[in-house]
Write a protein that binds this ligand. Structure first.
Ligand code: DGJ
Length: 764
């Protein structure tokens, strides 16, 4: 809902949150409040709008307006205007800075936000969606600023974007244009960010904020393995499940900046958007530039509460709705099974075994195209390797389909190998500086996706293969960062190179748009050497992303805990792989590998021909269990009961539930065995409903939700040196899956107890 009060204040709210802004004395738009829902009266508004007292060294807005921006909460601050904090916007004209004074002009409210494949944005149906558009203008600079705010009735989030329009007759240069600002004038916060590296992405890292600026960012041309656009501000000295907590994320896949500044008066300002260090944009007369959307979320339930807000928002307002209903295939991926050493016979043997254990889709990873037998060649040549598939890929795909499996293929559309037909033909279609050397990673160059001809060429090649193979699934990989950024194409058409990174990612989105328009049912899994581009821009197109190249179950406890702070389980692609693990060399039990991977979209990526009949039978049971579990993964609620954070907790617990709390699944993991551990340990199940009883595997009789909530479920007994007979968990890398089946029907409970020859239970 949006209330407009006296045409100068705007209150966006739903059942959970309020966001309030109003005009400052100089006509600019100021910020008043973001947090739990407020019931406002007019006098409250006056009360909240009280101006500040003067401070020493404060710059007044102008000689006739003794009002100061120095400590004002602004909705879109411009640096250098008496507010010395970092700003959202910097503009120059003829190399001179412009300091626009954006004064309120008008507003309108709408209720439609359709999903449009041309640009990744949030979307929602009219019953849930309110969009406030505010125009602010600087008549002297002839610039129009449009601020857009979206609130969905089912989400504790506010989504923001900004558009700048040049109404003059001369171009202006945008040097910096961020998506949104979060103003927190009160309170002290810890910043929580998801940082790491290849094979250890998105670890939960926390540090206190003090006066100064802290930032997370990427300048790699993708959102990166190292830092993620998501950050949270968590009230200091509160537990994981308590305290006011604010989140910020960006619907974008390229260079980003999240900067959090605490000033001399302990006011916190968070800015998020395209990284200004690698960006500038020439705004020609009568043209506009729109930023990607920023998502601000809130929970008073700490990081655990914020995670749920974020997960629901992404599942409902970012991911393609068709993938909420449809089941996702359990894949068997060929990469760690065969690497480049593949041929049709070998793959068919694998696929047949996959079929026997119950997988739904066979994915042929790298190595099927051009003359690719290693990573030295062929990216860009997206046609069948005739040596490996003498009858063509269409024929092989048919064999896979005949087994009753879906078929998937790996592509790395944005890359080219110097040893390829493509590069020989189009050496100028590569990102490379005008002169001199340029870097190479994994023997490959980056294609200039700011050039539409390049995107069209790659689309045509992919379209041919997808049509020939009746492809069900694509794994879209990206295995290097962008260096020496320079586009020969932009130079040719006379655009500034500062536009390159943004135009590049627009090219990536265009390829997605073309593929999904031509093949709307195609499931495209995102990947960037694992989780190097795990962001809301990619999730708008790809409902799932390969979470990390590291599939070690213990490392995944940290990666998946961190990822779940910002993203739903339904977008984490997790594979069970062989041991010792290829990335860290650790040997974990098959059960633990499965139980970790089951909290997401399950797949297998190992040579099944090397497994014993017993192991194959176990995998068959796992897949059958998972098929039953997947609806909860796609549409349920997920709680990080005990996340694995950067200080490496030994015990991790994750809880999944359907909305009605009828069925709950607890994943419990203990990394290292405890010596002389206690034998009775309870874990509270906050989502259990007090008015239900739950059958829990491993326990007799239904247990009331009340007891599960307040006392907890008894965890499997750990080996302590003396209890070998009773011990259920022994050694390192322990895991258990406990399933809670809720019933309110006392007769059904007693029928089952009777069948088991047990005494009836009393009323629930
Ligand atoms: C990196 C990916 O993350 C892997 O899963 C695999 O697809 C390889 N690339 C193939 O080259």
């Amino acid at each position: 809902m949006i209330d407009v009060i006296h045409d100068h204040a705007f209150h966006l709210y739903n059942q959970k949150i309020s966001y309030l802004c109003s005009l400052l004395p100089n006509g600019q738009l100021g910020h008043l409040y973001f947090g739990p829902r407020l019931s406002l009266t007019n006098t409250d508004l006056d009360y909240l709008s009280q101006g500040s007292s003067p401070y020493a060294w404060m710059a007044n807005f102008s000689s006739d307006q003794p009002f100061a921006l120095g400590d004002a909460q602004q909705e879109y601050p411009v640096y250098g205007t008496g507010d010395f904090r970092q700003g959202s916007l910097s503009v120059t004209q003829d190399d001179a800075p412009v300091y626009p004074n954006f004064v309120f002009k008008d507003y309108h409210i709408s209720h439609t936000k359709m999903r449009d494949l041309h640009h990744p944005t949030s979307f929602g149906n009219p019953a849930l969606t309110d969009v406030l558009t505010i125009h602010l203008e600087d008549e002297t600079a002839q610039l129009l600023l449009t601020l857009q705010y979206t609130i969905f009735s089912d989400s504790a989030t506010v989504v923001r974007a900004a558009t700048l329009t040049n109404q003059g007759s001369e171009p202006v240069m945008i040097q910096r244009m961020l998506s949104g600002v979060l103003n927190l004038p009160q309170g002290r916060f810890d910043v929580v960010h998801l940082s790491g590296n290849w094979a250890k992405e998105r670890h939960i890292q926390t540090q206190p904020l003090t006066q100064g600026t802290f930032s997370v960012e990427s300048l790699r041309g993708a959102s990166s393995h190292e830092q993620n656009p998501f950050v949270a501000l968590h009230a200091v000295n509160r537990s994981f499940t308590s305290g006011d907590t604010y989140g910020a994320n960006l619907i974008y896949s390229s260079n980003f900046l999240d900067s959090i500044e605490v000033n001399e008066w302990d006011q916190t300002r968070l800015l998020i958007g395209i990284h200004p260090a690698s960006f500038s944009w020439r705004l020609d007369p009568k043209t506009s530039f729109t930023t990607p959307e920023a998502v601000f979320s809130f929970s008073s339930g700490g990081l655990a509460g914020l995670a749920q807000v974020n997960q629901r928002f992404v599942a409902r307002h970012i991911i393609d709705p068709q993938w909420r209903q449809k089941t996702r295939p359990v894949v068997l991926n060929s990469w760690e099974a065969t690497y480049f050493d593949l041929n049709e016979q070998k793959l068919l043997r694998l696929a047949k075994l996959g079929r026997q254990v119950g997988v739904d889709c066979f994915v042929l990873d790298d190595g099927w195209f051009g003359t690719r037998d290693n990573d030295l060649s062929s990216l860009g040549d997206w046609f069948t390797n005739k040596h490996k598939f003498p009858d063509g890929l269409g024929h092989f795909a048919q064999e896979i389909h005949d087994l009753g499996l879906q078929f998937g293929l790996w592509f790395e559309p944005e890359m080219v190998s110097p040893r390829s037909q493509f590069f020989q033909k189009h050496p100028n279609w590569v990102v490379r500086p005008k002169r001199g050397r340029f870097s190479i990673t994994r023997n490959q160059y980056v294609l200039d996706f700011s050039n539409p001809a390049v995107v069209n060429n790659i689309f045509d090649q992919m379209q041919k293969v997808i049509t020939e193979t009746h492809l069900d699934y694509v794994k879209w990989d990206l295995n290097r960062s962008i260096t020496e950024a320079y586009s020969p194409y932009l130079a040719k058409i006379g655009h500034p190179q500062g536009e390159f990174f943004h135009r590049y990612v627009q090219g990536v989105y265009t390829l997605y748009q073309k593929l999904l328009t031509a093949f709307p049912q195609l499931l495209i899994e995102g990947c960037a050497g694992g989780g190097g581009r795990f962001d809301l821009g990619i999730l708008f197109y790809s409902p799932q992303i390969w979470t990390s190249d590291d599939s070690d179950a213990i490392e995944r406890l940290a990666i998946q805990s961190g990822t779940a702070l910002a993203y739903p389980l339904s977008c984490m692609s997790n594979h069970v792989t062989a041991v010792p693990n290829e990335q860290v060399g650790r040997t974990t039990p098959l059960a633990t590998r499965f139980r970790v991977a089951a909290f997401g979209i399950l797949g297998y990526e190992l040579d099944l021909t090397k497994l014993s009949p017993k192991e194959l039978a176990i995998i068959k049971d796992q897949i059958s269990y998972y098929h039953d579990l997947q609806p909860l993964v796609l549409n349920g609620d997920f709680s990080l009961l005990l996340p694995r954070q950067s200080n490496g907790q030994n015990q991790v617990a994750w809880l999944l539930s359907d909305h009605a709390r009828k069925r709950l699944v607890l994943g419990f993991f203990r990394v290292l065995a405890d010596a002389d551990s206690r034998t009775v340990q309870y874990m509270k199940i906050p989502l259990a409903q007090p008015n239900r009883r739950y059958w829990v595997n491993g326990h007799t009789g239904p247990i009331s939700g009340d007891v599960l909530q307040r006392v907890g479920v008894r965890l499997p007994i750990q080996f302590n040196g003396a209890n070998r007979e009773q011990a259920q968990l022994i050694g390192d890398y322990q895991s258990a899956l406990l399933t809670f089946d809720g019933v309110t029907d006392i007769k059904a409970i007693n029928r089952r107890r009777e069948e088991e020859g047990k005494e009836k239970v009393g009323h629930v």
